[in-house]
Design a protein around this ligand. Structure first.
Ligand SMILES: O=C(O)CCC(=O)C(=O)O
Length: 239
């Protein structure tokens, strides 16, 4: 079992201290659930239209979750262009935390997604990695990750390796399960932090923090999450 995520209160000194120490922040209830649910409603309409969600359940044989799945990239293009998705990225509650953490006004970077993971697609679970292994101009980038539903451990929330941001970029190598997906080796007994998440809980992590997803072991529930990447305005002005 993972260790519980450490929650941080919305106190600037604590946000800064925990971000520096752990490379992540967990802020339960940061966003009003109804605001996140509004984005989920838009996503659900797109899912239902594709037959990926029927009466709240999802067929495991769809095997959604690959980065190069053209069904998913088409869905993503649709969702990323919606007002609902973009408005959530600019939520004042997210921006206020990020402003403290990155020390400047945050600006959206690249690599935002709305992720889908089919029930039982254990081999498609995001492996341990640092975003700096994927991202251009990753310095000072922080990501806000949230599920678009309550996300108990069985549905495969994000897991974080606290303090893993302090030793720089680790070696990454392709993993067997997906084209272009790279991961970094982590000991079997690594002290992952994860938790059952409620709607509106947000996890923030730096581009050097090792993170992964837990497997979606449910019978028929699709895991739906969003991640938004930000960096300080000053660094965006430079590149
Ligand atoms: O949601 C996931 O499965 C992985 C998220 C992730 O790796 C990221 O946001 O960088």
């Amino acid at each position: 079992m993972p260790h519980p995520l450490i929650a941080t209160a919305l106190v600037p000194e604590l946000l800064r201290a925990h971000a520096r120490r752990d490379g992540y922040l967990f802020v339960p209830g940061l966003l009003p659930p109804e605001r996140v649910a509004a984005v989920r409603a838009v996503v659900d309409e797109a899912l239902a239209r594709r037959g990926w969600l029927v009466d709240g359940t999802s067929d495991p044989s769809l095997r959604l979750g690959r980065w190069d799945d053209t069904r998913w990239t088409g869905f993503l293009a649709e969702i990323l262009s919606t007002d609902a998705y973009q408005t959530l990225a600019a939520a004042p509650e997210l921006i206020a935390v990020l402003r403290v953490v990155v020390g400047d006004d945050p600006q959206l970077h690249v690599g935002d997604v709305c992720r889908l993971v089919s029930p039982g697609a254990l081999d498609l679970t995001t492996p341990p990695h640092q975003d700096a292994a994927y991202l251009k101009d990753a310095d000072a980038v922080w990501t806000a990750w949230m599920a678009l539903s309550p996300c108990p451990i069985a549905l495969g929330p994000l897991a974080i390796l606290p303090g893993s941001h302090t030793a720089g970029l680790r070696p990454h190598a392709p993993v067997s399960t997906g084209d272009g997906v790279v991961g970094t080796d982590v000991p079997d007994d690594a002290p992952w932090h994860a938790a059952d998440l409620a709607l509106g809980d947000v996890i923030f992590f730096s581009s050097l923090t090792v993170h992964r997803a837990l497997p979606n072991t449910t019978r028929d529930e699709l895991r739906v999450s969003v991640d938004y990447r930000y960096r300080p305005r000053a660094s965006s002005d430079r590149s």
